[in-house]
Design a protein around this ligand. Structure first.
Ligand SMILES: [Fe+2]
Ligand SMILES: [Fe+2]
Length: 388
């Protein structure tokens, strides 16, 4: 669609907008009336006529050639003009076709009924030729403008859809960048966060979450380790067993990630009084469902089903379900991927280790869901180039 040609501020100019090639359908039980109308309209420049004097054929005629305007008599045998008008309004194809009523009937009730059914205008018989042409042109000009507005609104809708798609893509890219930032020092390709997102998606799907929730869970799961950004390299990359201080520092990545994505505290006085900050501000909690969920996952993905995890030592269903889902996905990915200090475990070894964690580290129901979809998990591994 050429956007430059449509603007509601530039309606078609009436005199030039009338399409004299418009298909004019004339329905009148008197053939002579049809001929007279055709002759008048031909003089006014119209040339594309369809007509019938048998009202029963009216809709078939329209079916053969989609009319741009219908000139309709009211009093006809078999089927009245009002009946035809009513049938047209019930049919999506003819709902918006303008109908000009040509009638000798002077009954105000008939006129009201025709207006209720959406007649565009009336002409009394005998028809005045100059009035006929002018009214035709008026009705067609209004129709052209309505069509123009309809096309314009369709185009706006299309533009809104396109912008929404673009925004969604930017949003996903921003989430991916943020997720990678947390893992960058371990994995600069972002594959770990992508896979954890996809494994969590598979579990959510198996557990029966709806499509919208599944999309949200996948995105939020990718952000589970954003808090690692706040852990010093010396601790994050420490090899061998961690001492209690280093382990305590590592554990903080849950709280840091949670706070980054959904701040729940006021800025410190020092921050608030910083000249660049102007007046003291309070960091607001996020209103984004995605960041709310990502914050929950960040704070709960290291909790364990038996209560021995961190940071809060929650157990069982106290642990948010999304955190329990990411726990399985995250551990599986750590086991099945090579790390600088270890090779990737085989699929059998990974499954054995996960089984050992049943009811201890992992919620059995979630572990079962993961295992039931083993073939999908393997497909994700293959796609990302990691195979156990
Ligand atoms: Fe983590
Ligand atoms: Fe992770």
């Amino acid at each position: 669609m050429d956007r430059s040609t449509y603007s509601p501020t530039q309606p078609p100019v009436r005199d030039h907008s009338v399409d004299h090639a418009a298909c004019v359908t004339i329905i009148d039980d008197e053939p002579i009336n049809i001929e007279v109308v055709k002759a008048y309209l031909s003089e006014a420049g119209f040339s594309n006529f369809r007509s019938t004097s048998d009202s029963r054929n009216a809709l078939d005629l329209m079916e053969e050639n989609q009319p741009d305007i219908v000139l309709l008599d009211i009093n006809m045998p078999h089927r009245s003009g009002l009946e035809i008008l009513e049938l047209m309004r019930q049919n999506e194809r003819y709902q918006r076709v303008p109908v000009l009523i040509l009638t000798a009937a002077d009954d105000p009730e008939v006129k009201l009924q025709a207006l209720r059914l959406g007649a565009s205008d009336f002409l009394s018989k005998p028809v005045d030729p100059s009035e006929l042409a002018l009214r035709m042109e008026n009705v067609l000009a209004v129709k052209a403008y309505q069509d123009h507005l309809a096309r314009h609104s369709e185009m706006l809708e299309e533009m809104v859809k396109e912008r929404t798609r673009e925004l969604e893509i930017s949003r996903q890219e921003a989430i991916h960048c943020l997720a990678r930032a947390g893992e960058y020092r371990d994995d600069d390709t972002g594959q770990h966060v992508t896979r954890v997102g996809r494994y969590t998606r598979i579990i959510a799907d198996e557990l029966g979450f709806d499509r919208q929730q599944i999309d949200l869970i996948e995105q939020a799961a990718k952000l589970h380790d954003v808090g690692k950004i706040g852990i010093p390299d010396a601790i994050l990359h420490k090899t061998g067993n961690l001492d209690a201080t280093a382990y305590a520092a590592i554990k903080q990545h849950c709280g840091i990630g949670s706070e980054i994505m959904n701040p729940t505290h006021s800025q410190t006085d020092a921050d608030a009084s910083h000249p660049a900050n102007g007046e003291a501000e309070t960091l607001e909690s996020t209103r984004s469902p995605l960041l709310q969920l990502a914050s929950i996952i960040a704070s709960s993905h290291h909790e364990k089903w038996d209560g021995t995890g961190y940071p809060k030592g929650l157990s069982g269903e106290e642990i948010p379900i999304e955190g329990r889902m990411v726990a399985v996905a995250d551990v599986f990915d750590a086991l099945s991927s090579p790390r600088p200090y270890k090779k990737a475990f085989s699929m059998d070894q990974c499954l054995e280790i996960l089984e050992e964690g049943r009811g201890k580290h992992f919620d059995p129901r979630i572990l079962d869901a993961f295992l039931r979809r083993k073939h999908d998990v393997i497909a994700v591994q293959r796609e990302s180039g990691e195979q156990t």
